[in-house]
Design a protein around this ligand. Structure first.
Ligand SMILES: Nc1ncnc2c1ncn2[C@@H]1O[C@H](COP(=O)(O)OP(=O)(O)OP(=O)(O)O)[C@@H](O)[C@H]1O
Ligand SMILES: Nc1ncnc2c1ncn2[C@@H]1O[C@H](COP(=O)(O)OP(=O)(O)OP(=O)(O)O)[C@@H](O)[C@H]1O
Ligand SMILES: [Mg+2]
Ligand SMILES: [Mg+2]
Lengths: 227, 227
């Protein structure tokens, strides 16, 4: 499903050169549930941005469903992203002047979902993350963990094939974290593929495969018995 | 040092009314090391914003060093905040077009620190949080955990009496978290008072007092043996 081959991501030159990713190879099949861990600054978000087609590698090839994404036009890439991938950003990236409900509808507008479906599905996604009573709030009127959950609802509402979540429980207490991880498990049982970055071992335990990133490289990659 | 008496914070009216804080009383002495935990949306950031003089309560009185802050003019309140309190925001709130080094210098500019001191002290604060090699990076060129650490460096650089940190380790791996918490312990040994919000029990263990917030109220408040 996702096939990253010898990816490099380099920023800057000379003294300012940062090799954020070095020769990264990662292959993910449909239905997998993968946790990605590693120190701060090790390259996890950079990797997620490449896997999510939000950025291009400096070197290497990345295929989604067999298609080399570097060959796609910007428009085709945006289409591919919209129908296949749901992304939860480390900093949420919600539209600030837009309610929770409207924020969650955005991916569906782009996908051409019929207008009478938009509100119903956005509401259902927000209820799944426990925010049924915060639909009209703006991001500035929501707590950090509530904003995080709006970002999660937005990532799942289009039923993408793959969810890429960068620290999805970073701002959540343990009870709400467990609810979100159980939601991810249900989605995986419904056929979605899930990759999530976390720095908490308790959270990584829900996955059936663990990838550890260190200094821009994959230091470890193997199966584990999920919780 | 900090004395919050019967604080309420209410947003909205009618159906949209949210009682974010209800009748909260909290008293903190100089030199304390307090962890604040509680579910997502329970009122922790709202409480921190009131304690940090970034917002006013709907009802109740809040005194800093014996002075009722609701009596201060906006200018005096800003001065009081700048010299007494250092704040680490849940969303970091760094200036996006400004380097890490310049972001950390901001509180000192406001305090009138001599210009030849500015760069030296900002650099020292960034080295203390492990970012000595990222001084000229913009926030968008830093990882989530690196941005978080710039926000921490900015909060400590003016040697405030109190540090209020809202989820300071939320984006940090366990090794970097431990470094930041040890830094907080050192600062407490140097005479600072530290309050921090966390949702991770391992992180709360460093404090000598635990406050638990639930549904806008203080559900629990007592001493604990720190790690
Ligand atoms: N635009 C950029 N220019 C220069 N360096 C960058 C840029 N973006 C990221 N970096 C650097 O690349 C490295 C990897 O960043 P990345 O955001 O992938 O880390 P991360 O593993 O997600 O960290 P965290 O756990 O703190 O979120 C970091 O050291 C960062 O400073
Ligand atoms: N401007 C606002 N208008 C209406 N409701 C608000 C506003 N700001 C915050 N709230 C609500 O107040 C409650 C408390 O928010 P707060 O940010 O203090 O929670 P928190 O404990 O910090 O949560 P988290 O752990 O998720 O960061 C939340 O339910 C939130 O929806
Ligand atoms: Mg990251
Ligand atoms: Mg909060």
């Amino acid at each position: 499903l996702l096939d990253a081959s010898h990816l490099w991501k380099v920023y800057g030159e000379g003294d300012a050169r940062v090799e954020a990713l070095r020769d990264v190879c990662l292959s993910v099949e449909a239905g997998e549930f993968v946790a990605i861990m590693g120190p701060s600054g090790s390259g996890k978000s950079t990797l997620m941005n490449l896997l999510g087609c939000l950025d291009k590698p400096t070197r290497g090839t990345y295929r989604v469903e067999g298609e080399d994404v570097s060959r796609l036009s910007a428009t085709d890439l945006a289409h591919r992203r919209n129908r296949t991938l749901g992304f939860v950003f480390q900093a949420f990236n919600l539209l600030p002047r837009t309610s929770a409900l409207a924020n969650v509808q955005l991916p569906m507008l782009y996908a051409g979902v019929p207008s009478k479906e938009l509100e119903r599905r956005a509401r259902a996604a927000l209820e799944r993350v426990g925010l049924g009573d915060r639909l009209s709030h703006l991001p500035s009127e929501l707590s950090g963990g509530q904003q995080q959950r709006v970002a999660i609802a937005r990532a799942i509402v289009n039923r993408p094939k793959v969810i890429l979540a960068d620290e999805p429980t970073g701002n959540l207490d343990s009870k709400t974290s467990a609810q979100i991880l159980e939601l991810f498990q249900q989605l995986r049982d419904e056929g979605l593929t899930i990759l999530y970055v976390t720095h908490e071992p308790d959270v990584a335990e829900y996955a059936s495969r663990l990838v550890v990133v260190k200094d821009g490289r994959i230091a470890q990659d193997g199966p584990q018995t999920p919780k």
